[in-house]
Design a protein around this ligand. Structure first.
Ligand code: KIV
Length: 302
């Protein structure tokens, strides 16, 4: 069993979760990071991580197989993002994905996850009309998926919905800055809150969401300086995507950082793998083996 603060990379990812078991925690004791000590990440763990200045790592996942790998690598938060609309379904925006579709993705992810906090995006149209409808949508997500929290986009305009959902005992993550569900209102995916007035509004919205009881807020595509200021003014953790290094954590879309999607290349995206080419090499190798009758071999036959 590993004795360092980090997951032991010599152990297969699928077996690594055993590291996070009670025995490991007792053996390691003091001096370990809060995230490593946590057997299961909760909203309280994230709050403690902020207090301890420990960065929070969050990634998206939409299906069982990849969620299992993401979880066993030691991620803190898995977001079942409505980016599934783009990445899984090939839509141009996040607008078309439905509540039923988000529930299907979240159910698959939750089945795989043993340790990370699973946050499920509320899709467009399921919380904007009125707060009763918002609560009904959030309750469906929690009851039907087993997810641990919901995320929704917007500031002052969604506060009644946020309050209603939190009053029912459901943790809510906010999302400010670039809010992709409003793409047709803004008309562009450019950086938000560059002007003083919009920056001040974002600061107020963040304070209001915290006051309403959100356990965390995502900041998407806003100036790093503003994200740093708001993050240090808030007591709840902030998670950035294109919002600089001073947020309390970072999030990326899994398929983008793995290089499966190549056409999307914003400045904030760091690719940690080139799976498009890896997958292409594997598939073209298979096709040529089939055509050359070198697959299957005798050893691969009965
Ligand atoms: O849906 C999503 O993937 C998101 C992240 C970009 C934060 O909301």
């Amino acid at each position: 069993m590993g004795t360092s603060r980090q997951p032991d990379l010599s152990i297969k990812p699928s077996e690594r979760l055993i590291q996070y078991g009670v025995a490991w925690v007792v053996e390691q004791g003091e001096g370990m990071s809060i995230a490593s000590r946590a057997k299961r990440i909760t909203t309280n763990t994230l709050q403690e991580m902020k207090a301890n200045k420990e960065k929070i790592a969050m990634l998206t996942a939409y299906d069982y197989s990849l969620a299992r790998l993401v979880d066993s690598s030691g991620i803190d938060v898995i977001l079942v993002g409505d980016s599934a609309s783009n990445v899984m379904a090939g839509h141009e925006t996040t607008v078309p994905i439905t509540l039923d579709q988000m529930i299907y993705h979240a159910q698959s992810v939750v089945r795989a996850v043993q340790r990370a906090l699973v946050v499920v995006d509320m899709p467009f149209g399921t919380y904007q009309s009125d707060s009763n409808n918002a609560l009904k949508s959030a309750i469906r997500i929690m009851k039907e998926t087993g997810g641990h929290a919901v995320k929704l986009e917007g500031g002052r305009e969604v506060l009644p919905a946020v309050r209603k959902i939190i009053d029912a005992g459901i943790p809510v993550m906010g999302h400010l800055g670039l809010t992709p569900q409003s793409i047709y209102k803004f008309g562009t995916y450019s950086v938000r809150a560059k002007q003083d007035e919009e920056a001040a509004r974002l600061m107020e919205d963040a304070m209001d969401l915290q006051e309403a009881g959100c356990f965390s807020i995502v900041f998407e595509k806003i100036p790093a300086k503003l994200a740093a200021e708001v993050s240090s003014s808030l007591t709840i953790p902030t998670i950035g995507i294109g919002a600089g290094v001073d947020c309390d954590g970072q999030v990326l879309v899994l398929h983008d950082m793995l290089g499966i999607t190549q056409e999307f290349s914003p400045r904030f995206l760091r690719r940690y793998a080139d799976l498009e080419n890896t997958i292409d090499a594997a598939i073209t190798g298979y096709i040529s083996d089939v055509r050359a009758k070198s697959f299957p071999s005798d050893d691969e036959s009965y």
